[in-house]
Design a protein around this ligand. Sequence first.
Ligand code: UD1
Ligand code: MG
Length: 458
Amino acid sequence: MANLNAVILAAGQGTRMKSAYPKVIHKILGQPMLKYVIDSAGKAGAASIIVVVGFKGEQVIQCLNEDLHYVWQREQLGTGHAVLTAEPVLSGLDGDLLVLYGDTPLLEPDTIKALVAAKRSRGAVAAVLTTEVEDPSGYGRIVRDSRGNIAAIIEDKDATPEQKAIKEVNTGVYCFEIKPLLKALKSLTPGNAQGEYYLTDVFKIFVGQGLPIAAFLTDEAEQVMGPNDRLQLAATENYLKHKINTALMKQGVTVADPDYTYIGPQVKIGRDTVILPGTFIFGNTVIGENCVIGPHSRVQDSIIEDNTEISFSQVNGAHIGPDNSVGPFANIRPGTVSERRVKIGDFVELKNSKIGSGSKVPHLSYIGDAQLGENVNIGAGTITCNYDGVNKHRTTINNGAFIGSNANLVAPVVIGEEATVAAGSTITKNVPDKSLAVCRSRQQIIDDWPSLRKRPRK
Ligand code: UD1
Ligand code: MG
């Protein structure tokens, strides 16, 4: 959309959350609430996005980890004051400005677009998104004049009993023309029940100036749910969870228990994949077709290719190839890449390692900072000793190598192609191709050793 920018207010504490962290960084399906709003503003066409931070703002900036304009509102003197703190950035911009609150994660880009279109088609200087709710308490009320035009927005705490009865409320989603907005913000006064500079008062100011303003009513009140406490946070997550699970099922994904499956908004899943209960799939995760994920698994920021099974396991920052089998009880950590037909079995931890096609790490292993070729077999209990207390070192295991059970591979070390490492060995030197490395004390046999169990007890 031409000449559209956005300011998102995220400076408040969110006292009712009873939290040490700012409300807007509390997560819904693995993603901070504020991130949803930023993404929606971007999808609605906002060219640049300014985020107003205040209460523990460094945490907000850190958790977003995005290159946006951040503006500090050191003292939270109200929503109008918050927008005005962005003036140094806003005064260089032209056209329309979206003002959004950072705690409305369900707001859809199409709704924002409809609000902008309503403002533009009516030639208004300001438009507000409104909705009708059964219980309007806590919200600003939309006061209309005798001809049905919006006259003012009155906060709950300032409303007369008649105004309190109004069910049309302010959702906190606005579109303004920048120049008149900045001018009106400067004439705000805090003469109200909360002693704050209310953004909502600019509507009264525009009316007084005879400038045209618009209200756009949406019947999707859920979209503007702004969780204020932990109960509303859970309700909001529950609503979005069902929406996402329903959409996936409609695309051909089986979600066995939609109540007990948590899938984030960015996740993509191919058809005929089955998601079993107790599974959490978050971040930028892409899952292929015909996979089985779960039960009781957690996948974060990973790629899982077709026909792969992951059960009772955790996968984070990894790329799991096709036809793999992972788990039960595997922990796949960042930087792990597996090729085709790889088996990662029970109680296996992998980190920053590449596992070639057909290789198996079936039981009780730690493989870190390693490169495994194709068709490597790792015996039960084998580990890479990658850390000397100061530095991490790499282990390379070439194609077709066979590592016996309970071996320690002390990195840096290279195991040659088709080499064999005897069970129980601690390998500290490179093993050549097609050789056998044995590094353990020889077994001794002492004949005629009477069984301890048959000796008389003292
Ligand atoms: C606001 C609206 C109200 C509307 C409701 C919708 C005003 C005056 N009132 O009330 O009409 O019905 O939202 O949910 O705008 N913030 C700052 N700096 C501040 C104060 C607030 O950045 O100084 C941020 C908060 O972090 C939050 C947003 O602005 O993201 C809204 O503030 P909040 O205190 O929740 O306003 P409400 O009382 O809910
Ligand atoms: Mg609020």
